[in-house]
Ligand binder design. Sequence first.
Ligand SMILES: Cc1cc2nc3c(=O)[nH]c(=O)nc-3n(C[C@H](O)[C@H](O)[C@H](O)COP(=O)(O)OP(=O)(O)OC[C@H]3O[C@@H](n4cnc5c(N)ncnc54)[C@H](O)[C@@H]3O)c2cc1C
Length: 343
Amino acid sequence: MDAITIVGGGIAGLALAATIDPDRFHVSVHEQRNTLPTVETSLAMWPEAQQALDSVGILPVIRAAGSGFDAMALRDASGKALIRAEVSGVIGVSRTDLLRHLDAAVPESVTRVSGAVTSLPAAGLLVGADGVHSVVRRAAWGPRARERLSPYLALRGIISEPVPADTAGEYWGRGELFGIAPASRQRTYWYASYRSDLGPAGIDVAAALALTRHRFSGKAAGIGRILAAAAPEGTLAQRIWTVPALGRYARERTVLVGDAAHGMTPNLGRGACEALIDAVTLAQLLNSRPLPEALTAYNRRRVLRSQALRLASSAMTRLVLTESAQPLRDRILSLAGRLSRAA
Ligand SMILES: Cc1cc2nc3c(=O)[nH]c(=O)nc-3n(C[C@H](O)[C@H](O)[C@H](O)COP(=O)(O)OP(=O)(O)OC[C@H]3O[C@@H](n4cnc5c(N)ncnc54)[C@H](O)[C@@H]3O)c2cc1C
């Protein structure tokens, strides 16, 4: 039986381990984290990612626990809705729930190894599912594929209150973003992003939260309410890293999935979705074709699409967090909103 070593038991690694045929491969998953993330956050799951969850066999439980994004609005910093949108088909999913259900879907035949991988195994197929700071990518793709630090800080968390009336949506200010969305169990998911030189490692969450409260003070009332309720222990603060363009995700006996392959800015809400699609696509190809053919087909199916999303996400980040073009952007959005209402 062929061996597959998966480095990283996050969203991509677990989805892959859950869908590879255990009768054809001996799979091991190495994960450095001992527990599920302690701070709960939410992930937008687009329809294609829901299909991937269906292939893993966990779509019904994820849907049952998820929340809808029905009435969202794109707003200016004061909270005025520029465009209102019915977002159909996208669900909000707790990252912890997703990891728990993916973990439960992994067959018992898969070997679990705890601890950080530092030296890479030589035999069998090696899968880098180890996120944006991937050791597998660094070893096989070299220093030019090193992750890059963006100038942006992201904070996010869930508060135990339902979304305040008419506040859901994204608030685009001058060089700053705030998001408010429903989370499961009648709670509210919030996120904020802006340029910052905090970190990149060891960010003091309480200080970052205080800075964020100061930055958004006097802006929309809904933002103030949510930031007042947010506590440091329920907040995640991190700098955003991305992976440069890669022309291939598989070479010889090494293959990358998820953020290890295409870590992107979070503004399209696609990273975890693409990680799931990578994993399920790779598993289906490995289960049904000889290895070299499966890896060639994986490159063909996944690289262009995920690289296009990576670029689109960066473009979106520049648009959302622009400073100099903010007045023009808001005038165009306002006009687009008026036109769509008139239509
Ligand atoms: C602010 C923000 C908001 C986001 N919102 C969304 C969203 O709404 N929708 C969406 O689809 N995506 C979103 N994303 C992106 C999403 O979080 C990532 O794309 C997703 O987590 C990638 O999954 P992954 O399994 O590839 O990597 P990761 O989640 O990073 O998992 C990698 C795993 O590998 C382990 N690991 C790393 N190195 C080693 C090692 N050497 N040895 C052993 N284990 C190792 C880690 O502990 C981790 O468990 C967001 C990201 C951010 C930052």
